[in-house]
Design a protein around this ligand. Structure first.
Ligand SMILES: Nc1nc2c(ncn2[C@@H]2O[C@H](COP(=O)(O)OP(=O)(O)OP(=O)(O)O)[C@@H](O)[C@H]2O)c(=O)[nH]1
Ligand SMILES: [Mg+2]
Length: 256
């Protein structure tokens, strides 16, 4: 034991001598490099740990989010759903993937009710969101166009969505009905409506210095391709279980 202590003392002495010989600048640089490396390693760990695997379903009340949620999980629409009073959330393997159950990772799906009073709940889930599915009623679209565009505008300008570039899928639902509008029509109408909103909202907010994100390119008509995050459009019928494009979006952003 004493022998070992002696050795340690000697090493300490040697080390001190060696350090004293070093020019101080070199010593400081070494320390800074060491600190930076440790910080980066720790940060890397932290971000890896919070890797997002949540898909958030948002959209106006009645657009069909809850039916889609059950289709994704159980492969059936659970007909007779009423307007939701709180978010529906669950971890599951998509119903269509049930044969490969043991080999794939589950997805966390959250259905946030469209009622204006419950919409702020969305913010609780956005920090973990790998993707947002914005469900639009393609059947009853025109009378609600303004309201749909307002909600979508709010989502697209949220700092979380912009900074983390969360991909958004505009899902035109209820395509089982022949009178449903096409996704191209809905995309164009929404772009026009958001363009109008953009002008009116910036006009209102310039007075009281705003940190709100401005959408698109100033002086150009708004188009979803101008967004920093990816915005795409797709079609679905929750009732009929035609949800392949939705499932593709989910698996593109939450790897199985
Ligand atoms: N034709 C048709 N009707 C649908 C479809 N999906 C949903 N619906 C109907 O639309 C209505 C609303 O569906 P929900 O899933 O409850 O709507 P929601 O988006 O969850 O509404 P909130 O919970 O109020 O936000 C129900 O009457 C459904 O039967 C669809 O694909 N086709
Ligand atoms: Mg619902």
């Amino acid at each position: 034991m004493e022998h070992l202590l002696q050795h340690v003392e000697q090493w300490k002495g040697d080390l001190e001598k060696w350090v004293r010989q070093l020019p101080p600048e070199q010593l400081y640089t070494a320390l800074v490099v060491l600190l930076l490396t440790v910080t980066f390693l720790l940060l890397g760990r932290l971000f890896k740990g919070t890797k997002s695997n949540t898909i958030v379903l948002a959209g106006l009340s009645g657009s069909g989010k809850t039916v889609l949620f059950y289709q994704l999980r159980d492969g059936s629409p659970h007909q007779g759903t009423v307007t939701s009073m709180e978010p529906n959330e669950d971890w599951f393997i998509l119903h269509s993937e049930s044969e490969k159950k043991n080999k794939i990772k589950p997805v966390r799906v959250v259905d946030v009710p469209g009622h204006p009073r419950l919409r702020p709940k969305l913010d609780e889930f956005l920090p973990q969101a790998a993707g947002i599915v914005f469900v639009v009623d393609a059947l009853d679209f025109l009378p609600n166009c303004r309201a749909v565009a307002e909600y979508l505008y709010d989502i697209l300008t949220k700092t979380n969505v912009v900074n983390k570039k969360i991909p958004v899928l505009i899902l035109c639902n209820k395509t089982d009905k022949v009178t449903a509008h096409s996704k191209e029509f809905i995309r164009k109408q929404l772009e026009k409506e958001i363009d109008k909103l953009r002008t009116s909202r910036t006009a209102v907010s310039t007075a009281d210095v705003t940190n709100e994100v401005t959408l698109g390119i100033a002086g150009e008509a708004f188009a979803f391709v101008q967004c920093h995050n990816k915005v795409s459009v797709a079609e679905a019928s929750g009732i009929k279980g035609e949800i392949t494009q939705l499932e593709q979006f989910i698996r593109e952003h939450v790897k199985p």
